[in-house]
Design a protein around this ligand. Sequence first.
Ligand SMILES: [Zn+2]
Length: 311
Amino acid sequence: MFSDQPMQTTVRDVVTFDGIGLHSGRFVHLAVYPAPANTGIQFKRIDVTENRQTIVAHPDNVRKARLCTRIENADGVRLETVEHLMAAFAGLGVDNALVTIDSGEAPILDGSSLPFVSALMQAGLATLPVRRRTMVITDTVRVEHAGGWAMIEPCDRLEIDAEIDFEDPAIGRQRFHYIHGDGQFETQLAAARTFCQMRDVAAMQNAGLALGGSLDNAVVVENGRILNDTGLRMKHEFVRHKILDCLGDLYLLGMMLRGKVTASRPGHAICADLITTLWDATESYRIVEEGALVGHSDGYALPEVAAAAAV
Ligand SMILES: [Zn+2]
């Protein structure tokens, strides 16, 4: 599997997606292009002025937001709801890609990473002749936010053990322990959909959120019932989706991660906190390449904009 190999990868071919934004409700077109080694994941907002378009998946660009993942470049250009695509990249082991998008929010598609995973797998991945960089956790980092917490500690692989606890008995208390690698993302997490409680929908929509939300792109629960005709896709779909979000958010570190994440009631704000706190705690990790020490955060600057990547 590409997620386990030591060499960097990119997509073999251009992959395109059309759909609406979960929060904006706007129609959006997104395309994933191959990119050279050490590009990382770079987004290009083609609907804004050319010199302000690029937003790199990097901790410096992560912003805290309540119900979505938000990244923002130095010019204040934002992009939201990238977590399901980022999870697909992390899960499949895509190190480099240039993603163009004509809106400030990625398409929600079916609410999971499955459409991204299927299309990326169909296009296939190419191995690049450059070693992959991995962030290896060497000391524990813990963050808390609004009744939830998350911590990351040393481990010889990436693991995410999370627990959620919702009042609605259709969700209730669920826990899942994800071990990354060996195709686990595709079978354990990729298809898990985003979800909400019916009673929160009006408040979200009054706040201008979830305007594109429907039973086609989210699991909706009300008083112990799942409102989607087809029910759940898998056991513990809710907590699996939270782990999927967490994996996607953590890939905004700009590289693969080796460490164990434990989280209770995680959300995007906690993940954003974990990313920035961890990134600043340079004594808590090292960045390795082919088993050799590369450096701490000061050894990894924002990569140059991938001018060579064809758009
Ligand atoms: Zn999500």
